[in-house]
Design a protein around this ligand. Structure first.
Ligand SMILES: O=C1O[C@H](COP(=O)(O)O)[C@@H](O)[C@H](O)[C@H]1O
Length: 261
Protein backbone atom coordinates (compact mmCIF):
# COMPACT_ATOMS: atom_id res chain seq x y z
CA UNK A 1 0.00 0.00 0.00
CA UNK A 2 1.26 3.49 -0.85
CA UNK A 3 0.19 6.42 1.31
CA UNK A 4 0.50 10.18 0.77
CA UNK A 5 -0.76 12.82 3.13
CA UNK A 6 -0.88 16.57 2.91
CA UNK A 7 -2.93 18.65 5.35
CA UNK A 8 -6.41 17.16 5.64
CA UNK A 9 -6.08 14.99 2.53
CA UNK A 10 -4.69 11.46 2.39
CA UNK A 11 -4.41 9.23 -0.67
CA UNK A 12 -4.06 5.49 -0.19
CA UNK A 13 -3.26 3.25 -3.13
CA UNK A 14 -3.81 -0.51 -2.83
CA UNK A 15 -2.95 -3.48 -5.03
CA UNK A 16 -6.54 -4.67 -5.44
CA UNK A 17 -10.21 -3.92 -4.75
CA UNK A 18 -10.07 -6.58 -2.04
CA UNK A 19 -7.23 -4.77 -0.28
CA UNK A 20 -9.28 -1.54 -0.47
CA UNK A 21 -12.20 -3.36 1.15
CA UNK A 22 -10.08 -4.80 3.95
CA UNK A 23 -8.52 -1.39 4.68
CA UNK A 24 -11.91 0.34 4.52
CA UNK A 25 -13.32 -2.08 7.13
CA UNK A 26 -10.34 -1.43 9.43
CA UNK A 27 -10.63 2.36 8.96
CA UNK A 28 -14.40 2.37 9.59
CA UNK A 29 -14.10 0.16 12.68
CA UNK A 30 -11.32 2.42 14.01
CA UNK A 31 -13.47 5.55 13.52
CA UNK A 32 -16.46 3.81 15.09
CA UNK A 33 -14.41 3.15 18.24
CA UNK A 34 -12.96 6.67 18.27
CA UNK A 35 -16.29 8.53 17.85
CA UNK A 36 -18.17 6.26 20.29
CA UNK A 37 -15.46 6.90 22.89
CA UNK A 38 -15.57 10.67 22.25
CA UNK A 39 -19.31 11.28 21.84
CA UNK A 40 -21.17 8.05 22.53
CA UNK A 41 -22.46 7.53 19.00
CA UNK A 42 -21.32 7.12 15.40
CA UNK A 43 -23.21 8.57 12.41
CA UNK A 44 -22.40 7.02 9.05
CA UNK A 45 -23.63 8.30 5.70
CA UNK A 46 -23.74 5.75 2.88
CA UNK A 47 -23.69 6.07 -0.89
CA UNK A 48 -25.09 3.52 -3.29
CA UNK A 49 -23.18 1.91 -6.13
CA UNK A 50 -20.07 -0.21 -5.79
CA UNK A 51 -19.31 1.12 -2.29
CA UNK A 52 -21.64 -1.37 -0.61
CA UNK A 53 -19.82 -4.35 -2.13
CA UNK A 54 -16.45 -2.89 -1.08
CA UNK A 55 -17.81 -2.62 2.50
CA UNK A 56 -18.38 -6.40 2.66
CA UNK A 57 -15.48 -7.10 5.08
CA UNK A 58 -17.23 -5.07 7.81
CA UNK A 59 -19.95 -7.73 7.90
CA UNK A 60 -17.42 -10.45 8.78
CA UNK A 61 -15.42 -11.31 11.92
CA UNK A 62 -13.66 -9.70 13.70
CA UNK A 63 -15.80 -6.59 12.98
CA UNK A 64 -19.15 -8.31 13.53
CA UNK A 65 -18.00 -9.06 17.07
CA UNK A 66 -16.18 -5.99 18.34
CA UNK A 67 -17.89 -3.04 16.60
CA UNK A 68 -20.55 -1.51 18.87
CA UNK A 69 -23.31 -1.50 16.24
CA UNK A 70 -25.89 -0.33 18.80
CA UNK A 71 -24.33 3.15 18.71
CA UNK A 72 -24.42 3.50 14.91
CA UNK A 73 -26.91 5.57 12.97
CA UNK A 74 -27.18 5.31 9.19
CA UNK A 75 -28.08 8.00 6.63
CA UNK A 76 -27.87 8.24 2.85
CA UNK A 77 -25.89 10.86 0.96
CA UNK A 78 -28.24 10.30 -1.97
CA UNK A 79 -31.22 8.16 -2.76
CA UNK A 80 -33.18 7.27 -5.83
CA UNK A 81 -36.85 8.24 -5.45
CA UNK A 82 -38.20 4.72 -5.93
CA UNK A 83 -39.86 2.29 -3.50
CA UNK A 84 -37.44 1.04 -0.85
CA UNK A 85 -37.85 -2.53 -2.15
CA UNK A 86 -37.02 -1.53 -5.74
CA UNK A 87 -33.73 -2.93 -6.97
CA UNK A 88 -32.63 0.62 -7.92
CA UNK A 89 -33.00 1.83 -4.30
CA UNK A 90 -29.78 2.67 -2.49
CA UNK A 91 -31.50 1.61 0.75
CA UNK A 92 -32.25 -1.85 -0.67
CA UNK A 93 -28.68 -2.18 -1.93
CA UNK A 94 -27.33 -1.28 1.53
CA UNK A 95 -29.88 -3.47 3.31
CA UNK A 96 -29.11 -6.55 1.23
CA UNK A 97 -25.33 -6.10 1.28
CA UNK A 98 -24.69 -4.60 4.72
CA UNK A 99 -27.53 -3.60 7.04
CA UNK A 100 -29.20 -7.03 7.11
CA UNK A 101 -25.90 -8.51 8.33
CA UNK A 102 -25.11 -6.24 11.29
CA UNK A 103 -27.28 -5.43 14.36
CA UNK A 104 -27.81 -1.66 13.92
CA UNK A 105 -31.13 -0.77 15.63
CA UNK A 106 -33.78 -0.21 12.94
CA UNK A 107 -34.92 3.10 14.49
CA UNK A 108 -31.39 4.43 13.87
CA UNK A 109 -31.57 3.72 10.13
CA UNK A 110 -32.82 6.85 8.35
CA UNK A 111 -34.17 5.75 4.98
CA UNK A 112 -36.25 8.11 2.83
CA UNK A 113 -40.04 8.08 2.86
CA UNK A 114 -40.72 6.41 -0.45
CA UNK A 115 -44.26 7.62 -1.20
CA UNK A 116 -43.54 11.29 -1.95
CA UNK A 117 -42.54 13.40 -4.96
CA UNK A 118 -38.80 14.17 -5.37
CA UNK A 119 -39.41 17.66 -3.85
CA UNK A 120 -41.45 16.14 -1.01
CA UNK A 121 -38.84 13.45 -0.35
CA UNK A 122 -36.05 16.04 -0.10
CA UNK A 123 -38.18 18.31 2.16
CA UNK A 124 -39.07 15.37 4.39
CA UNK A 125 -35.47 14.12 4.69
CA UNK A 126 -34.27 17.66 5.48
CA UNK A 127 -37.04 18.12 8.09
CA UNK A 128 -36.00 14.84 9.74
CA UNK A 129 -32.38 16.02 9.90
CA UNK A 130 -33.58 19.29 11.50
CA UNK A 131 -35.53 17.24 14.02
CA UNK A 132 -32.43 15.18 14.89
CA UNK A 133 -30.46 18.41 15.35
CA UNK A 134 -33.22 19.82 17.61
CA UNK A 135 -33.09 16.62 19.68
CA UNK A 136 -29.28 16.92 19.84
CA UNK A 137 -28.87 13.54 18.15
CA UNK A 138 -27.06 15.19 15.24
CA UNK A 139 -24.65 18.10 15.90
CA UNK A 140 -24.13 21.16 13.73
CA UNK A 141 -20.68 22.07 12.53
CA UNK A 142 -19.38 25.07 14.49
CA UNK A 143 -17.51 26.15 11.37
CA UNK A 144 -20.40 26.03 8.87
CA UNK A 145 -23.69 25.69 10.76
CA UNK A 146 -24.59 22.63 8.66
CA UNK A 147 -25.18 19.16 10.13
CA UNK A 148 -21.97 17.39 10.94
CA UNK A 149 -21.87 13.64 10.30
CA UNK A 150 -19.01 11.58 11.70
CA UNK A 151 -18.21 9.59 8.56
CA UNK A 152 -19.36 9.86 4.98
CA UNK A 153 -18.55 7.00 2.60
CA UNK A 154 -18.62 8.24 -0.99
CA UNK A 155 -18.23 6.65 -4.40
CA UNK A 156 -17.71 8.43 -7.70
CA UNK A 157 -19.23 7.88 -11.13
CA UNK A 158 -17.24 7.90 -14.40
CA UNK A 159 -18.56 11.45 -15.06
CA UNK A 160 -17.05 12.61 -11.73
CA UNK A 161 -20.37 12.78 -9.85
CA UNK A 162 -20.55 12.20 -6.14
CA UNK A 163 -23.82 11.62 -4.26
CA UNK A 164 -26.40 12.81 -6.86
CA UNK A 165 -24.41 15.97 -7.63
CA UNK A 166 -23.70 15.73 -11.36
CA UNK A 167 -21.34 17.79 -13.56
CA UNK A 168 -24.02 19.38 -15.76
CA UNK A 169 -26.70 19.96 -13.17
CA UNK A 170 -27.24 22.89 -10.80
CA UNK A 171 -27.71 20.94 -7.56
CA UNK A 172 -23.96 21.09 -7.02
CA UNK A 173 -24.18 24.88 -6.56
CA UNK A 174 -26.77 24.71 -3.74
CA UNK A 175 -25.49 26.70 -0.78
CA UNK A 176 -28.45 26.88 1.64
CA UNK A 177 -30.44 23.66 1.55
CA UNK A 178 -29.30 20.55 3.44
CA UNK A 179 -31.07 18.20 1.04
CA UNK A 180 -32.09 18.88 -2.54
CA UNK A 181 -33.65 16.91 -5.38
CA UNK A 182 -33.09 16.22 -9.06
CA UNK A 183 -35.74 15.03 -11.52
CA UNK A 184 -33.52 14.50 -14.54
CA UNK A 185 -30.43 12.70 -13.30
CA UNK A 186 -28.22 11.81 -16.29
CA UNK A 187 -27.74 8.41 -14.64
CA UNK A 188 -30.99 6.48 -14.20
CA UNK A 189 -33.25 6.53 -12.37
CA UNK A 190 -33.95 10.26 -13.03
CA UNK A 191 -35.64 11.29 -9.72
CA UNK A 192 -33.25 11.44 -6.79
CA UNK A 193 -32.52 13.35 -3.62
CA UNK A 194 -29.06 14.28 -2.42
CA UNK A 195 -27.29 15.94 0.48
CA UNK A 196 -25.74 19.21 -0.68
CA UNK A 197 -22.06 20.12 -0.77
CA UNK A 198 -22.21 22.31 2.37
CA UNK A 199 -23.47 19.26 4.31
CA UNK A 200 -21.08 16.80 2.69
CA UNK A 201 -18.11 19.07 3.34
CA UNK A 202 -19.11 19.61 6.98
CA UNK A 203 -18.50 15.92 7.76
CA UNK A 204 -15.72 15.11 10.19
CA UNK A 205 -14.32 12.32 8.04
CA UNK A 206 -14.92 11.39 4.41
CA UNK A 207 -13.74 8.32 2.55
CA UNK A 208 -13.78 8.47 -1.25
CA UNK A 209 -13.79 4.80 -2.26
CA UNK A 210 -12.79 4.37 -5.91
CA UNK A 211 -11.91 1.11 -7.60
CA UNK A 212 -11.66 -0.14 -11.17
CA UNK A 213 -9.86 0.89 -14.33
CA UNK A 214 -13.02 2.47 -15.77
CA UNK A 215 -12.56 5.30 -13.24
CA UNK A 216 -8.85 5.87 -13.97
CA UNK A 217 -9.34 8.81 -16.38
CA UNK A 218 -11.83 10.44 -14.02
CA UNK A 219 -9.45 10.07 -11.06
CA UNK A 220 -6.75 11.75 -13.15
CA UNK A 221 -9.15 14.56 -14.12
CA UNK A 222 -10.28 15.10 -10.52
CA UNK A 223 -6.67 15.51 -9.39
CA UNK A 224 -5.71 17.82 -12.24
CA UNK A 225 -5.33 21.55 -11.78
CA UNK A 226 -8.59 23.49 -11.32
CA UNK A 227 -10.81 20.48 -11.90
CA UNK A 228 -14.47 21.45 -11.79
CA UNK A 229 -15.78 17.91 -11.46
CA UNK A 230 -18.07 17.42 -8.44
CA UNK A 231 -15.65 14.92 -6.88
CA UNK A 232 -12.94 17.60 -6.88
CA UNK A 233 -15.10 19.74 -4.56
CA UNK A 234 -15.28 17.21 -1.73
CA UNK A 235 -13.49 18.19 1.47
CA UNK A 236 -13.88 17.22 5.12
CA UNK A 237 -13.59 19.16 8.37
CA UNK A 238 -11.04 16.71 9.77
CA UNK A 239 -9.79 14.27 7.15
CA UNK A 240 -10.59 13.30 3.56
CA UNK A 241 -9.15 9.90 2.65
CA UNK A 242 -9.08 8.60 -0.92
CA UNK A 243 -9.05 4.80 -1.10
CA UNK A 244 -7.87 3.88 -4.61
CA UNK A 245 -7.00 0.51 -6.06
CA UNK A 246 -4.09 0.41 -8.47
CA UNK A 247 -6.44 0.26 -11.47
CA UNK A 248 -8.28 3.44 -10.47
CA UNK A 249 -4.90 5.13 -9.79
CA UNK A 250 -3.31 3.82 -13.00
CA UNK A 251 -3.47 7.14 -14.90
CA UNK A 252 -1.81 9.12 -12.12
CA UNK A 253 1.82 9.27 -13.17
CA UNK A 254 2.94 9.71 -9.58
CA UNK A 255 0.47 9.88 -6.71
CA UNK A 256 2.48 12.55 -4.95
CA UNK A 257 1.96 14.79 -8.00
CA UNK A 258 -1.65 15.34 -6.99
CA UNK A 259 -0.35 17.40 -4.10
CA UNK A 260 1.67 19.56 -6.45
CA UNK A 261 -1.49 20.71 -8.29
O1 LIG B 1 -25.90 6.60 -8.81
C1 LIG B 1 -25.03 6.57 -7.97
O2 LIG B 1 -23.73 6.49 -8.36
C2 LIG B 1 -22.64 6.77 -7.50
C3 LIG B 1 -21.43 6.03 -8.02
O3 LIG B 1 -21.74 4.65 -8.11
P1 LIG B 1 -20.68 3.56 -8.57
O4 LIG B 1 -21.50 2.32 -8.85
O5 LIG B 1 -20.00 4.10 -9.80
O6 LIG B 1 -19.76 3.33 -7.42
C4 LIG B 1 -22.97 6.46 -6.05
O7 LIG B 1 -21.93 6.91 -5.22
C5 LIG B 1 -24.29 7.09 -5.69
O8 LIG B 1 -24.62 6.92 -4.33
C6 LIG B 1 -25.37 6.45 -6.53
O9 LIG B 1 -26.68 6.92 -6.26
Amino acid sequence: MESYKLGKKTILKFDSEEDVGIALAKYTAHLSEKFIKEKGSFSVVLSGGSLIYTMRFLTLPPYTDFVDWSKWSIFWVDERVVPLDDKKSNYKLAFDGFLSKVPIPSNQIYAIKDNLSPEGTADDYEARLHDLVAKKILPLSEATGFPKFDLMLLGMGPDGHVASLFPNRNQKFEKKRWVTFIKDSPKPPPPRITLTFPVINSSSEIAMVITGVELANTVKAVFSNNSDLPAAHVSAEEELTWFLDKDAASKLVKIEQVFEN
